[in-house]
Design a protein around this ligand. Structure first.
Ligand code: HEC
Ligand code: HEC
Length: 308
């Protein structure tokens, strides 16, 4: 009996040592990701400072950036969870850390997710903005430069030890767009003509990142936010297949679906999507309605089974 207990003790001890070693290994993997420096081939982008360019820049910034960077784009703690930590998004006004940035610095950060010192921007969705056309990027940067300066501070993110371990183990997905993107691809990005067309709808979908939460096939996926419900099925096989355009627009305006579900804007960014122009929303809806219908993904089906 004593011998058996002794062996059980040894096995538990070995397991504990292995788990602790693995935790430190994943944490150091996270640290080395965080310390990586990236070299980018940054293309020349012309600023669009005329009134049409500024108006388009404002539409893009309010629809795409305010959800994380705050209504006045002066930064905020957009993620705050006891077990994971606090993530601040930067103050993007001329009073923040970008005050002295050149256009090139903005292009490097927005299209490639890299700071002027070569460090990667974390969580910032450059995978999506990598698709943004040269013209739209020129509008967006011109608009950001025109914002009233705010001196709201932009402190670095603070992660708990557990969150660093989880990040190193890849549980949050690709944290740094820069480690996934082709940073040497400085080719010009064209945009389809603005209009209620499938091509423009696909473009709007790509720069607003629906797939990062709804999955490559749009049939539901885990959100990159670890405390969020999964993104729903937005192919015609999901609820949206029964909606007309007005119901879609109303859902994006109020966050409440025709089926009566109230969506938290922290998890489903309808409060940003609603600020897209009418043509953008119509093209987006047209694009979604023309997707091949797909059954719920396994992740979504499992979540629904557990939560119904
Ligand atoms: C999903 C949330 C999210 C969205 C949406 C987002 N950002 Fe960010 N952004 C961040 C976070 C978080 C950081 C800070 C990253 C870090 O500290 O590594 C950041 C950093 C930046 C920086 C670098 C500032 C600095 O000095 O560190 C720029 C520039 C920027 N964002 C521009 C934009 C623009 C322009 C948009 C809209 C087109 C946008 N962001 C949309 C989360 C977001
Ligand atoms: C940051 C993650 C995220 C992004 C980006 C995102 N969504 Fe969502 N979306 C969600 C989540 C999470 C839900 C489910 C919310 C819930 O269950 O309360 C959802 C739900 C929805 C629903 C309701 C589905 C239903 O059947 O009730 C629609 C429609 C929708 N999203 C459309 C879009 C479109 C279109 C885009 C791109 C323009 C988009 N979403 C981008 C996370 C996201």
């Amino acid at each position: 009996m004593k011998k058996v207990l002794k062996w059980i003790g040894i096995i538990i001890l070995v397991l504990v040592v292995i788990i602790v070693a693995a935790m430190f290994m994943f944490r150091s993997k996270y640290k080395s990701l965080a310390n990586e420096r990236f070299e980018v081939n940054v293309p020349d982008i012309a600023l669009q400072t005329d009134s049409a360019g500024m108006a388009r820049g404002e539409m893009l910034a309010t629809a795409l950036c305010t959800g994380c960077h705050g209504g006045d784009l002066a930064g905020k703690d957009f993620f705050n969870d006891k077990t994971i930590g606090v993530v601040y998004s930067a103050n993007l006004t001329p009073g923040g850390p970008t005050a002295a940035w050149s256009t090139e610095d903005f292009v490097r950060a927005i299209r490639y997710g890299v700071r002027p010192d070569g460090s990667g921007l974390f969580i910032m969705p450059s995978l999506e903005y990598n698709h943004m056309s040269d013209y739209d990027l020129g509008c967006l940067i011109a608009y950001l430069r025109s914002l009233p300066a705010s001196d709201n501070p932009s402190p670095p993110a603070e992660f708990t030890f557990m969150a660093q371990v989880m990040a190193g183990a890849g549980l949050f997905g690709d944290l740094y767009s820069a480690s996934v993107l082709d940073l040497q691809d400085g080719s010009a990005r064209e945009r389809p003509e603005v209009g209620e067309t499938l091509a423009y709808g696909e473009y709007v979908m790509l720069i607003s990142g629906c797939q990062s939460c709804h999955g490559e096939a749009f049939n539901g996926a885990k959100s990159p936010d670890p405390v969020s419900p999964p993104g729903g099925n937005i192919t015609p096989a999901g609820n949206i297949g029964n909606w007309n355009y007005d119901q879609f627009a109303e859902t994006m305006w109020t966050g409440k679906t025709p089926e009566g579900k109230e969506m938290d804007p922290k998890f489903m960014p309808w409060d940003g999507i609603r600020l897209l122009g009418d043509t953008e929303k119509k093209a987006l809806f047209l694009y979604l309605q023309n997707l091949p219908p797909k059954e719920d993904s396994e992740d979504l089906a499992r979540w629904k089974a557990k939560n119904s």
